[in-house]
Design a binder for this molecule. Structure first.
Ligand code: NCD
Ligand code: ZN
Length: 466
């Protein structure tokens, strides 16, 4: 047995500083062996609590590969929850042996799951939660519905259906027809409720808000600033000029869903969310305190802050891509069109703000996949479309992220409770079960005769749907 400190002479190692010095540890890099890395690991190696004695064999034992890569503050947060002995246990138990993918795309690096899921009892390999809902979804229309509707309805009980079709869904009557087309594609034996949304324009009449309030299937209006994203050309040209519609929504208690980006050519794409908050959203929030607002697909610290600071009537949806990725995943090593969505992925500090809200189980941040299919040739193009098709993989992706941060217990609130509470709809009483069984996201999906590359295509996830 040799002291950890002496082994450092022969191996690259560094101290992981936790907030509690007792939990500090030494990370020791062992030699890389091509093709033998675990899915979750960039560096093979293991973690030893400071002062612990370890042998040379222990260090070079590849079954001890861990995911304890130095990833800054989040890493510290994660470690500060672990007792040293447990670190060691987790390291040596880390033998699931999946092959590490050399693709730069995945942000997930899986750690061992919380103890409660590894006790060898009925909990070991399954996770059952109340049926989730998707609070931000693009089904599209026509033949594509045969793919998109079952993909969502097989997992989620309800979905907020985005209205950015061509032409958009502007009226209750159009929403009713679209809803029938969706329901026609729900698989036999599956219960699924599409929650319809109307697309705001400069000329939406106040009476449409009244009609929406009276209908039992329209649940919100969506504000797309004109030109902000896919099929938003007939959106609102000046969000500051439709206050009469916000007043009507407040009066009739119909939520306003916001794509929070300005579209000015001279505003940098990475600043557009922040400028939208400063220029419009703060005022709307102040002027209409009784209006329920959902900050859709939040992507920045400023967006997270806006929601945190606001009352119970302000919430946000969180997509898998904004939780799992930052702009490096879009741009480093080449442009990755399948990670391109709007609002665009931001820098890592923004990603961490979103992660923090979800990891703490904040009740006004809930699941909204923003699953938005585009044909492969429209994504892999000189001018590629924005949107990630995540419907099939979304729940396993969220579960894997939470497990990575020892927070699987936050999945049910995020996926199944908080959104229903905000929309004042009953929580589901039936359940879905996730199984700890590796599952590979398809490389490509044939939808309506066209190839589509889903989000996380070809990647293996540790959880699948039971
Ligand atoms: C969405 C789409 O393709 O409809 N795209 C996206 O990048 N998110 C529209 C949207 O929600 O902005
Ligand atoms: Zn969307």
């Amino acid at each position: 047995m040799a002291e950890t400190s002496s082994l450092l002479r022969n191996h690259t190692g560094y101290r992981i500083a936790g907030s509690n010095p007792a939990l500090s540890a030494i990370y020791i890099k062992t030699p890389r062996t091509a093709g033998r890395f675990c899915l979750c690991c960039k560096i093979s190696g293991t973690l030893y609590p400071t002062g612990m004695t370890v042998s040379q064999e222990q260090i070079s034992d590849e079954s001890r590969v861990t995911s304890y890569e130095n990833r800054g503050s989040l890493l510290d947060t994660r470690y500060s929850r672990l007792a040293p002995a447990r670190n060691t246990l987790r390291s040596s138990a880390h033998t699931h042996g999946q092959t590490f993918s050399t693709r730069p795309t995945p942000q997930l690096r899986y750690t061992m799951p919380p103890e409660k899921f590894r006790q060898g009892d009925a909990m070991t390999d399954t996770l059952t939660i109340a049926r989730p809902d998707d609070w931000h979804l693009h089904f599209r229309d026509g033949d594509l519905l045969a793919e998109t509707v079952p993909a969502t309805a097989n997992v989620f009980g309800r979905a907020i259906v985005m209205p950015n079709l061509t032409p958009p869904v502007n009226t209750v009557a159009q929403a009713d027809e679209y809803r029938q087309r969706i329901l026609a594609q729900v698989p036999a034996g599956v219960t699924f409720e599409p929650l319809m949304v109307l697309y705001l324009t400069d000329t939406t009449p106040v009476e449409e808000v009244e009609r929406a309030a009276k209908s039992d299937f329209v649940h919100a209006f969506k504000l797309y600033p004109a030109g902000a994203t896919t099929n938003s050309d007939s959106g609102v040209t000046d969000p500051g000029k439709i206050t009469h519609l916000y007043a009507a929504m407040e009066k009739h208690d119909v939520p306003l869903l916001v794509h929070g980006e300005v579209t000015d050519a001279d505003i940098d794409i990475f600043d557009r969310e922040k400028v939208f908050i400063d220029r419009y959203l703060n005022d709307i929030r102040r002027q209409f305190p009784g209006l329920r607002i959902v900050f859709e697909h939040v992507t920045t610290s400023e967006g997270v802050h806006f929601v945190r600071e606001a009352s119970e009537l302000t919430a946000a949806t969180v997509t898998p891509q904004h939780l799992l990725m930052n702009r490096n995943d879009l741009l480093v090593g080449g442009v990755r069109p399948h990670n391109y969505c709007l609002p665009i992925l931001k820098r890592r500090q923004h990603q961490e703000s979103i992660q923090q809200a979800v990891l703490e189980g904040h009740g006004r941040f809930f699941l909204g996949t923003d699953s938005a299919p585009h044909a492969r040739n429209k994504k892999e193009a000189a001018c590629g479309c924005a949107g990630c098709y995540s419907a099939r993989a979304a729940l396993p992706l969220y579960a894997s992220f939470l497990e990575q941060h020892n927070a699987l217990d936050k999945l049910e609130g995020f996926a199944s409770h908080f959104g229903a509470d905000f929309y004042r709809l009953p929580r589901h009483t039936d359940t879905v079960t996730l199984v700890r069984k590796p599952w590979s996201v398809p490389e490509v999906i044939d939808a309506a005769g066209e190839a589509m590359v889903p989000f996380y295509a070809g990647q293996q996830l540790p959880w699948s749907l039971g």
